[in-house]
Design a protein around this ligand. Sequence first.
Ligand code: UT7
Length: 367
Amino acid sequence: MPYAHITGWGMSVPEPVLTNDDLAKMVDTNDEWIRDRTGIRERHIAREDQFTSTLAVEAAIKALQVANLAPTELDLIIVASSSPEYIFPATACLVQDQIGATKAGAFDLLAACSGFIYGVNMAAQSIRSGSIKNALVIGSETLSRFVDWKDRGTCILFGDGAGAFVVQASDKPGGVLSAVMHSDGSGADSLTLLGGGARHPATETTLAEGKHYVRMDGKAVFRFATRVMGSATKEALELANMKLEEVDWIIPHQANYRIIETAAKYLKLPLDKFVINVDRYGNTSTASIPIAAVEAIEKGQLKSGNKVVFVGFGAGLTWGALVAEWTGPIPTKKHVHPEQYRLFARLRSLIRRALRFLEGLFSRREL
Ligand code: UT7
């Protein structure tokens, strides 16, 4: 049975930064309150011309560069997102087209902030089963588009960004060692974006009622998060036959510094075992774990051979944890340039659109 290794990683955040002081000019809040209650100092907000797929593609190309893998080699693309570009088509298909992943299947995964863990686990299981060899898992968000900038309970929390992992088959032991995924729909009301789905399609009323915004019972989510972070970590470690002492790094979903602090206390681990960057990005939902992982690698913290736990929670309610032995790119002699495929991808896309148009014209004549 092949092992599923994380062989590439990349992140992308939009340049514009929104500080707590900027927010204090928009709603009744202040830097001190936000820092005390959440640990967040600033977050990045997508420009008008940046979309969930834009950030996803940038992160994906970087991840493919690290893995030294051509997009044409990908078998599967999973985009986990709480702010997909559309209900359909899947953002994953937009990414597939833009990076030139000619033979990949592509779908979006909605498990809110736990989505990236779910996605990596799904990719790893497909690889372990032998059905695919190379997968790309992306967490990408432009949640700023769904935030009510008049609601100080939510608008201070979220930020935009994307992170991606390449997951590949290898006979070498290691890679993804275990994972747990959980859900509890009885808590569905705690964190919602109700408008625009089949139950509340967009109308003037849904707009007036603010149904197209993120709504949250912050305290309920906080209590839930502090309960499940530690327990999911323990559960995944048990499945991997590992002890907490063997873990080098815990990379938690970056929602609130205090939630991470509580998890550390529960697990009786020092906070310096946790990768934390919520101060600079806020909560980027599905993107927060891969962004934190990429930064940990770039800082020289997360290294090949390290044992790492990813743990997250989110709307649904969902939560999960994944244990991995960090490896890195699979050594190979060839050197590929995934970014160069973008031009071919654009041309290919244009040609296919033109052919589809012509096909439409001719088939109309035949009718
Ligand atoms: O990916 C999952 C996404 N969600 C989360 O992880 C969120 C989890 N929850 C949280 O992080 C916290 O519950 C919040 C940060 C959202 C709120 O912190 P809290 O300590 O639970 O505050 P609270 O809602 O109980 O509010 C305390 C007080 C209230 O005033 P009163 O009633 O005590 O006078 C709020 O009105 O703070 C007030 N408040 C604010 N004040 C200044 C609420 N938001 C703000 C604000 N600035 N932004």
